[in-house]
Design a protein around this ligand. Structure first.
Ligand code: RAM
Length: 912
């Protein structure tokens, strides 16, 4: 029995999730999954584990969690902090720690015993977490930095040189354990004895520093094994020192770079000491990073290198004492989302040269920077300029970067061979122009560094349709490129803001590809903190730009992403934490913008970036025109009321639920009265307006057929088989058509290669997803080649409706598998790494049979819709379905047999 179900626990990727890992071959997963459980600052972290078993129908029946203050105690099965006792429950992903209050910086050990319907497991192997700094007073020391300009700074242009700080320390005793907590703003790099701590880049994550600032935690026990050590920190601007100075009314500035660092040490004799930054640290601004700016790039003068500055014995007499400076104002929090990292090296595919300048082509649009190898005379200046595209003459096309200079400069010190990459900037690009390079440049002298938040790719999708596969590939690159600790709209131009409206549905689709739960939990917190006391939510959060337009559709990301996280990860805390602010925002919008006809009148952008009717109509034109439309705002309000009603159920708030539903009923009536045209269709009768009315259930039952006909008419006749939706409509189009029984038409949209379509972008060289359907001919002013918003619900549809992997309950504990078998699509292979384990659906169809392999992880089950009317046409592993005792037939309806299957791998064959 014990062999059958091996437990291993996982670091769920949710901030408060912790892991116990068990049993022999869990080892490799330990490395993979048990990321950095340091600095957990929740009083009651969420514990999760995963049950591994090859057997069918494995269900957890009970668990027991032990949490101890030492490994020895845990080993003796003493849960001195918490012993949950045996709890009869199938919950394995959301068990909240409910033991003694935890202390700042304490190390905590835990394990779990799982009981299943197939037997009892051994105790899992132990896991641990380390508590973060729970109180403001834990950061009771002063901030250091320089709250002023130096002659190394270009005050006029708004450029600062990097700040370098150092300090040598002596430890009199042997260190048993040392943990470093650092807040380095805007961006930091931390060194001990000349070696960088951690492999993160551009850390910490971005926040509105007047609201919250994030600290990072490192175990530095090994690095502090001797008596004498040198500590060094470099500070870059990030967005703390405003990246743009020319519009102070628009772009937030927080001040000059600054830091706090503390190292909490326990010596082998049990005594403790904490080291803090103070004015015995010394600093300089006269180092090699002469200027650093997220949009404009970095200037690095290697002649100014401070050889050995972060090591022992460096002569810092020219440095000045660090100064005590203003604190940032926001509360200090442990960073729950992982930092960015260089996630992939990308070699250029070609190098060409003309007039002493080189053009590198990386063959792929992505974000990050270039690492360069160079050799030449001291003082030689090499310039790297970045772009997404080339002009016809082969030079860079940079108009769409607007004011972003996207230029890195390296000045040689004249050594043998110099290797360099920037630290405090990034660019969105495919092409790089290199000028001033001494001697002959070789393709191998350059390496693209793809930088995004450290996340696993958790989903795979492929099908018999190569174009659909290519769209997925482009989507993956585009999404990853725009993870910059916040979901930015684009990584290249002078914008890079986390626009709410780009993500309500995109985030949902992205979650099928990336392990992004913590990332979005963090972003919801950014949104919550950007809310004004009256309830207003901006279009951009963190609110680096002051864009409080009182829009309805953009802030819908707030409840919609909360909904996605709850459904995909079962984390009820997301709802608990955000419900009050979401409700406040809904009330605010209603109070301010509902007219006496029950319509929400305020909309800011309309169906943003809807495609011009023809390429010609949009040629050379900027897409920044807004067409606000109260049909959209009212429809969204209605949809969100229903989400809020759902949330209230999960939070046990019956009164609110009734209130939201009652409001919804009224709005539905008013919406129809006001906007329904008797000949079928809503408002201006555009595709988007009609899709919303259909998908949200606004249309009266008796008018549904007429509305469906109108939707089909627009696509098939008016648009000649194409979509005509912008950012709003595209979020619903694939699922609406599918619900209407027209998945064939949805599929048609993905196979189009003519304008407007995803295929059109690819036909015209896109390697990511464009901001505009007509991105190749529109005005460059607003024309990024790397946005995610136009993905709409394509990814959601691919996973849920083509593969048939949809969460029905509790973060995929119950899965709904109902793939659409569409004429022309012969196979789909997809998988998704849920918190319970891998879910897979691979089907392929021939004239006579459908073969479908399904994997369901332990402690989960699936409702599987077999596309046949005839139960006896189905076999599973060559045995008639009826003869399988462990598979329950739930219903036979609408040409499908619905069965319930527990965990395991199933091979279905259906005669067609
Ligand atoms: C642009 C960007 C962004 C969008 C806003 C409204 O600046 O394209 O993605 O959300 O406008």
């Amino acid at each position: 029995m014990k062999e059958m179900a091996k437990i291993l626990s996982v670091m769920l990727g949710l901030c408060f999730s912790l892991t116990a890992i068990a049993q022999p071959h869990a080892e490799h997963l330990l490395v993979e999954l048990l990321r950095n459980p340091l600095g957990i600052d929740k009083a009651s972290p969420r514990l999760s584990w995963r049950i591994l078993s090859e057997e069918r129908n494995v269900k957890q029946t009970a668990y027991r969690v032990l949490v101890a203050s030492s490994f020895a105690k845990l080993d003796r099965d003493e849960g001195d902090l918490w012993d949950s006792g045996q709890v009869f429950s199938d919950n394995s992903i959301s068990v909240f720690y409910d033991g003694k209050a935890l202390k700042s910086d304490a190390e905590v050990f835990w394990k779990v015993k799982v009981y299943t319907n197939k037997g009892e497991c051994d105790w899992s192997a132990p896991a641990r977490w380390q508590v973060g700094l729970l109180y403001y007073k834990d950061w009771d020391k002063r901030w250091i930095g320089f709250d002023r300009y130096f002659n190394t700074d270009d005050h006029q242009a708004g450029y600062l040189s990097a700040r370098y700080f150092r300090k040598e320390i002596s430890l009199s005793k042997k260190v048993a354990k040392a943990t470093a907590y650092i807040i380095g703003l805007g961006l930091y790099e931390f060194y001990i004895d000349g070696k960088k701590i951690g492999d993160q880049v551009l850390a910490p994550g971005l926040t509105d520093y007047t609201q919250n600032v994030m600290y990072n935690t490192f175990d530095v026990t090994e690095q502090l094994s001797g008596n004498n050590h040198a500590l060094g920190v470099t500070l870059g601007n990030g967005r703390y020192y405003a990246v743009r100075q020319e519009k102070p009314y628009k772009v937030k500035d927080f001040g000059f770079p600054k830091m706090q660092l503390q190292i909490r040490i326990t010596y082998t004799d049990g005594s403790k000491q904490t080291l803090y930054t103070d004015n015995t640290w010394k600093g300089t601004t006269d180092g090699p990073i002469r200027s650093n700016n997220e949009y404009d790039g970095e200037v690095y003068d290697a002649r100014k290198e401070l050889q050995g500055w972060a090591s022992l014995g460096y002569d810092d007499t020219a440095w000045i004492p660090a100064e005590y400076v203003q604190e940032p104002g926001g509360k200090y929090e442990s960073q729950i989302n992982r930092n960015m990292k260089v996630m992939q090296d990308i070699k250029p595919v070609s190098i060409t040269s003309e007039d002493g300048k080189y053009i590198l082509d990386f063959g792929q649009n992505f974000s990050g920077w270039v690492k360069m190898r160079v050799q030449g005379a001291r003082g030689t200046e090499v310039t790297l300029r970045f772009a997404e595209a080339l002009q016809e003459d082969g030079t860079l096309s940079r108009d769409n970067l607007r004011a972003a200079k996207a230029t890195d400069t390296y000045i040689l010190k004249g050594d043998e061979e110099e290797v360099w990459e920037p630290r405090f900037t990034y660019h969105g690009f495919r092409y790089v122009e290199v000028s001033g390079y001494p001697g002959e440049a070789d393709i191998d002298d350059f390496m693209g560094r793809f930088v995004y938040d450290e996340m696993e790719t958790v989903g795979e999708f492929s099908s018999s349709n190569p174009l659909l596969n290519q769209i997925h590939k482009n989507a993956w690159w585009g999404i990853a490129s725009n993870y910059k600790s916040i979901p930015v709209d684009c990584p290249q131009r002078n914008e890079r803001q986390a626009w709410l409206g780009d993500r309500p549905t995109s985030a949902y689709g992205e979650n099928f590809l990336f392990d992004n739960a913590n990332f979005y939990v963090k972003w919801l917190e950014d949104i919550r903190l950007s809310q004004k006391t009256d309830g207003a939510i901006p279009d951009v959060a963190p609110a680096f730009w002051r864009y409080y337009s009182d829009n309805m559709t953009w802030p819908s990301a707030y409840p919609m992403i909360a909904d996605m996280l709850f459904r995909h990860t079962g984390d009820v805390r997301v709802l608990q934490d955000h419900y009050p602010s979401m409700k406040k925002w809904m009330d605010y919008m209603r109070a301010r913008y509902m007219n006496d006809k029950g319509i929400i009148t305020k909309d800011s952008y309309g169906d943003w970036c809807a495609p011009p009717a023809t390429i010609e109509a949009g040629r050379g034109k900027s897409a920044d025109k807004k067409y606000p439309n109260p049909v959209l705002s009212t429809a969204y309000y209605y949809y969100l009321l229903q989400l809020m009603a759902d949330f209230s159920v999960h939070l046990g708030n019956e009164r609110d639920r009734a209130d939201f539903l009652q409001q919804a009923t009224q709005i539905r009536k008013d919406f129809n009265l006001q906007f329904y045209n008797q000949n079928g269709g809503y408002g201006n009768n555009t595709l988007t307006e009609n899709l919303l009315a259909m998908y949200f259930g606004l249309v009266e039952e008796g008018e549904k057929v007429k509305l469906a006909d109108r939707i089909v008419e627009i696509i098939e006749e008016e648009n000649d088989g194409h979509l005509s939706t912008g950012v709003v409509g595209t979020q619903w189009i694939m699922r609406t058509l599918t619900d209407m029984g027209r998945s064939d038409l949805a599929f048609k949209l993905t196979t189009n290669k003519t304008y407007p379509s995803w295929g059109y972008m690819i036909e015209h060289g896109a390697t990511t997803i464009w901001e505009l359907w007509n991105g190749n001919t529109a005005h460059p002013q607003m024309n990024s080649e790397n946005h995610v918003m136009m993905l709409g619900d394509l990814l959601v549809w691919s996973y849920e409706n083509l593969a048939g992997i949809k969460s029905k309950e509790n973060g995929f504990q119950t899965i709904r598998m109902k793939p659409e078998m569409i004429e022309g699509l012969d196979s789909v292979n997809a998988s998704y790494h849920s918190l319970y384990g891998e879910i897979a659906s691979n089907w392929s169809k021939s004239k006579s049979a459908l073969e479908w392999t399904v994997s369901i992880p332990a402690n989960a089950k699936a409702e599987i819709y077999l596309p046949t009317k005839n139960l006896s046409a189905v076999t599973e592993k060559n045995k008639k379905l009826q003869d399988h005792k462990d598979i329950e037939v739930l219903s036979e309806e609408a040409g499908k047999v619905k069965i319930l299957a527990g965990s395991g791998v199933y091979h279905f064959k259906i005669k067609l």
